[in-house]
Design a protein around this ligand. Sequence first.
Ligand SMILES: O=c1[nH]c(=O)c2[nH]c(=O)[nH]c2[nH]1
Length: 309
Amino acid sequence: MAQEADGIRLEQRHGKARVRVGRVWRHDHDGSHHFVEWNVSISLLSHCLSSYYRDDNSDIVATDTMKNTVYVKAKECGDRLSVEEFAILIGKHFCSFYPQVFTAIVSIIEKPWERVSIDGKPHLHGFKLGSENHTAEARVEKSGALNLTSGIGGLALLKTTQSGFERFVRDKYTVLPETGERMLATEVNASWRYSYESVASIPTKGLYFTEKFMDVKKVLMDTFFGPPETGVYSPSVQRTLYLMGSAVLKRFADVSSIHLKMPNIHFLPVNLSTKENPSMVKFKDDVYLPTDEPHGSIEATVSRITSKL
Ligand SMILES: O=c1[nH]c(=O)c2[nH]c(=O)[nH]c2[nH]1
């Protein structure tokens, strides 16, 4: 909400970023522990204009208080909950506890701590860090309106064949040869929006969004790789991205859109020659130079078209 005074426009929010919290839930019945590590960022849209226009802080919810609230709420959550549910819970708290707060935006990054198995047996309290983050963002309004997105950060995928890039624009600046055989590597950053429009309408089933996260990740990966024996041919990152996004929309009725960012991480063919040895290393789809820059950058949002009845 923008305010105007003396010909000056003001849009403001304040919050606390990167509040780190770890939470263990101990199950006495079987001795198992569950663990999450969250990095929480809170941003509040609130009526505290006098702090900007005058030296009057009487409406400011201190960002230090926001930080403390994360620990209090983590303590109060006696049962395991998904990172999405925790984001909503924190957002609801700020909107209902403080009259001046009208919107709370809570973004959380969950670190991928995974239970270890020793000799094939899941360890009761041992975890190792996996590779891709689970993210969640809840925007909660005082009215109870909700905007919820979840995401995956840093899902590095690579396939050594079944990828090519042909029939693209060729002009006087083009040197890239066409190929029907190349390596395809990317680091998927995905965020998808759920269709739940109020905090009251989210599924009550425990860990619903955690399960959904695993399912979305599986659909993205299955579509990228194709069947284990044959794979699936990718004519471009663009096409593969579209198939991944639309597969998620087809499979999950409560996902209304998905944004995918898929850099094309290049593995360059290695050819080395000298006068004496013109084919010292002759590339035969075997020896590559891995690079991380420059990289292609390809991103798109795929959304469900909702009928306007
Ligand atoms: O899948 C690709 N998409 C591109 O847009 C592109 N551009 C490029 O040089 N290589 C590739 N590969």
